[in-house]
Design a binder for this molecule. Structure first.
Ligand SMILES: [Zn+2]
Length: 130
């Protein structure tokens, strides 16, 4: 895909979130640290993270620009799940982020062969070991 698609998907999903949470404010940022490995996690499946700042910030690594639409959408949906739960000031798990995102966007989040979120194939709910 492209940077343009990532921005388009973000804005589309943000509009849907805003319909349910008119006061929410979320920005998209580029940060290649979002693509790096964290403890116990392979860098292969890291494309984004969300910070509970004011405004809430979804950071994506450059490598997301080269992923399929289904991955871009799935990764961003998952991060919006975190953002919504942060907005609600709720302690939550990775699985909770998927659960609320699936509800808000009316679309399933799957985990593919690389355990990356996407909207069209793989397993759900999120495997316990990631
Ligand atoms: Zn997450």
């Amino acid at each position: 895909m492209s940077r343009k698609y990532v921005e388009k998907s973000f804005l589309y999903l943000f509009d849907l979130v805003s319909e349910k949470f008119p006061d929410i404010n979320i920005i998209l940022a580029l940060n290649d640290d979002a693509g790096k490995a964290r403890i116990g996690v392979s860098s292969r499946r890291q494309f984004a993270f969300t910070d509970d700042d004011e405004p809430i910030k979804i950071s994506v690594a450059t490598k997301i620009f080269y992923q399929s639409k289904a991955r871009v959408d799935g990764i961003l949906m998952h991060e919006f799940g975190h953002a919504i739960l942060m907005f609600q000031e709720k302690d939550h798990t990775e699985k909770d982020a998927d659960k609320i995102a699936e509800k808000i966007f009316n679309c399933y989040i799957y985990y593919d062969e690389d355990l990356v979120q996407n909207t069209n194939h793989g397993i759900r709910p999120r495997p316990k070991n990631i």
